[in-house]
Ligand binder design. Structure first.
Ligand code: NDP
Length: 283
């Protein structure tokens, strides 16, 4: 048996095309959604992401600004820029590309972003809304993971869901979203004892660790939905946290890397930006 591939690239393309249509309608009503992306320093991976975001904004008709600041930027200067963007009516979403250089306190910068413009969903207000089950911006990668699970037609309700990884960016919000859908959720991390046994119980397995091939086929329940968030560069190639070749023989559905979760993250960022514009129009 070989698992059904979850085609994140195609699903993300459909979301972008729906959003482009929505943006055209919003613009016809006189509102242009705007996203500001702020990057400090010249980390090559961050530059790739910032350029991708710019390109997708152009594709969708979203106005975008890139603020590329030198690595020597002080925390006060960065906070000043965030405050300026907070009060700029042409900007509905603000994204500060992480990681920031070591001399800048990331949490202080995220806290400065207006929760109304927090399209990354990392502000304590957004995360608090997620915990409380209230409407708010959902972090983009976890939101993308949920869309991919939905695309399989497998119901989350009542399923054993295992999330490997407990970062604030991926693991924790994903666990909360699965819980919101009434899954029975286990969160594993580096101190988990017998990870294999935990994973083998999962009807839905989401892996966000950053260790190439950590999850092998014999750690997967036959027929499970496997979502591989990991992005690892190995010998010039991108691979996930799941050993794809052995896992696909056991799983029911599986995401490839690349072409699985990756494209969904940007699509969900655009979704959040459009939502932010619509919300701010009502204010
Ligand atoms: P973090 O490094 O912040 O978190 C990794 C998590 O994995 C931690 O909770 C850690 O546990 C856990 N972990 C580490 N080793 C093990 C192990 N041997 N067994 C079980 N758990 C372990 O990473 P992120 O959440 O930011 O990212 C995870 C991966 O997802 C990375 O490959 C990243 O590149 C990718 N990613 C992909 C995105 C996309 O768009 N596709 C977006 C964001 C991330 P502990 O807490 O105990 O340290």
């Amino acid at each position: 048996m070989s698992a059904v591939l979850i085609d994140g690239k195609a699903i993300a393309a459909q979301i972008r095309s729906d959003l482009a249509k929505q943006v055209r309608e919003i613009k016809a009503g006189g509102l242009v959604p705007g996203l500001a992306v702020v990057m400090v320093g010249d980390d090559p991976a961050s530059s790739v992401y910032v350029n991708m975001k710019k390109r997708v904004c152009e594709e969708l008709g979203i106005y975008s600004e890139q603020h590329l600041l030198p690595a020597s930027t002080t925390q006060d200067e960065l906070l000043g820029l965030v405050r300026q963007l907070n009060s700029d009516p042409s900007i509905h979403g603000i994204l500060v590309q992480l990681p920031l250089p070591g001399h800048i306190d990331e949490q202080a910068v995220i806290a400065e972003i207006s929760p109304r413009k927090d399209v990354d969903g990392f502000h304590a207000v957004s995360l608090g809304s997620l915990v409380a089950g209230q409407p708010g911006f959902v972090p983009c990668t976890p939101a993308g993971v949920m869309r991919l699970i939905k695309s399989t037609g497998v119901e989350v309700q009542g399923k054993e869901c295992v999330v490997v990884g407990r970062s604030i960016i991926v693991g924790k919000p994903t666990a909360l979203l699965l819980l919101q859908e009434s899954g029975t959720v286990t969160v594993c991390h580096s101190k988990t004892v017998d990870l294999a046994a935990k994973c083998r119980q999962a009807d839905i397995l989401v892996v966000a660790v950053g260790r190439p091939g950590l999850i092998k086929g014999d750690m997967i329940k036959p027929g499970a939905v496997v979502i591989d968030v990991g992005i690892n560069r190995v010998e010039g190639r991108l691979v996930g946290d799941v050993e794809f070749e052995t896992a696909r023989e056991v799983a029911g559905y599986i995401t490839p890397v690349p072409g699985g979760v990756g494209p969904m993250t940007i699509a969900m960022l655009m979704h959040n930006t459009v939502q932010a514009a619509l919300m701010q129009r009502q204010d």
